[in-house]
Ligand binder design. Sequence first.
Ligand SMILES: [Zn+2]
Length: 218
Amino acid sequence: MEEGEIIDLLLIQIKDFMSEQPNLHCKEDDISFSLEGIYVYCIQYKDIILQGECNIKLLIPKKYPIEAPTLFLKEVPSKMEHIYTDGSCCLASFGEIYHFLLNNPSLKEFVERFVDSFIFSLEWFKKYGNYPFGERKHGFEGLLDYYLTDWGLTEKQYWDMVIMVFNDTYRGHANCLCGSNKKMRDCHGKYILPIIKDEVFKNRFLNEACYIYEGRKR
Ligand SMILES: [Zn+2]
């Protein structure tokens, strides 16, 4: 698809999304669309329904779904962990978002999966002082948890993968670092290879590893 067509498709999705969100305004620059204003939500998790409004800024890259949107909130409780130093929300680990985006989800699907669940956590945190999704921890632990759970790695194996990405030593025919005795390409290569092949993804994966590493030291 041509770049222009991708942007046109994205614009249709944004208009569709905004038709249900009359208090959001769209700004545009060279690389992204920015939806800013009051987001009205009605989120259901198990048998709990949360309804409300939230002042947001959702930055959607024009390359979506190749690149992931970023969420900023105007008001965040000071003790909430899930916020990066640039003020953006930590929606999920890079690997989790990346693998979700591989299936070309619509903007709506992305919002439901990551933005809504973040807001749900936030509202829950404001009310109860803890997090609703116990299975996924928060902050750096949650980021690491994804690789331990969904990729099925030990922490040491995760760091081995990070070092491999950093040193560019991926070899498809080598034994996988996870100890499965399969070749890399038939095993964790499906996760690692797309990350190695793209300079942006590679940097994000490594930045995330630095963040996890810093968090681990504390
Ligand atoms: Zn493996």
